[in-house]
Design a protein around this ligand. Sequence first.
Ligand code: FES
Ligand SMILES: [Fe+2]
Length: 457
Amino acid sequence: MLSRMTSSKLICTSLFLAVVAAASPMLLKLNDLSHSVWGNVLPSFWTRIRNFNTGLVITSSFLFAYLIRKVWKVLFYPLEMQRKLHDIGYFSDEKRPLKDVANEYRKRKKRGEVPPVYPNGWFHVLASHELVVGEVRYVSILGEDLVVFRGTDGKSYIMNAYCPHLGANLGIGGQVVGDCLRCPFHGWKFRGSDGKCTEIPYCENVPNFAQTKAWHCLETNHTIYIWYHAEGSEPTWYPDEIEEIQNGTWTYRGYTQHAINAHIEEIPENGADLNHLDHLHSSPILSGVDLRHIFSHWWQFARHNWSAEWKPLEDAKHVGCLQLVTTISVFGYKIPYLYFQVTARQTGPGLVFMKWSSSLGDGIFLHSVTPKEPLLQSMRHTIYASKSVPTVVVKCLLYAEAIQVERDIMIWNHKTYVPKPLLVKEDQLIKKHRRWYSQFYSENSPRLSIKKETLDW
Ligand code: FES
Ligand SMILES: [Fe+2]
């Protein structure tokens, strides 16, 4: 899908540049027109240009078109930013590749006695636009190998990736046929809704036992979600459906994606750890991400002020609610009308619906964390905003959010999990959050296996 998008963009760009190239020699003949429009200014400009050779004019036209396209993209295209694990918080004085440094830290990091690694709940798998009709994707999350495909009926389906016949990976070369997926090895056909094998090309009858596992899959908010439960239980709750996204009041403006080396619970726990806000997140956005520099006295002239509250909901026990307001002060003077207010519904172990409002307009961040490995998380923030807010402004918001989150990531990538933290009275919400989060673990929730970890690395 992405490659299709890239190629369509390439075609548009090429067409655009071809038109500019074709038109550029005409620029040399435009001075008649410019006489009538601009008097003497443009004619003298074109006369100068005519003194250059045609090749130079064509090259400049290409450059000009390229710059216009860049500016256009900055102003009107969504921001789509993906950061790899070694991009945030790893550094080397000896100029070693950061990938090696990150891997070394991962091996060395003291993991502590962590809770089970894959909690029960709904998790983000893909954005809807990442799976077009007839497309098949292999996805490895929550310790499972999965195939995600979109049938010709437009619905998305998730099944086990490995074919129960002889183990081929259905996500690599599987073909969509209606609402089924055909295995690339011997052609068995599996139905996406229940995993039943509906056809074996060389058998007259399909035996009843021919079946694979189909997972609960839900598509809403332009997102494909999966239900994971270690006991195989049916869903007892569902992700919020955001009406403003469904009816188009809020429109898509981009996403950021990060890899994080930590236990999943560390990330939502941040929402109840209100006391870190005024320390880690108070330096102005301009000070950046690097924890070695953001506390410098150079940045003390400005600060973000935070006030926040977190509590579990009584009528929906899988939801915790965070209310947060941030303002900016410069030299102690609070900038009027510049505020950002968030009501975040932490829904289950890996989804947060963060509705925001500001003096510029309102919208939502869809925040998700999905475990890729026991201690490797994929975190995504997708932003939607009301049409009145210009895309370039929404992109700045998304980028500012990414900077704040990357400060947390630098902490998470290096911290250990403390099962019995040393908490003072003012930290009690952290304890409360841990109690609340424990509802997402059950008897058979997978635990970290040291042996497997050692083999993996
Ligand atoms: S391995 Fe899938 S049909 Fe044989
Ligand atoms: Fe934070």
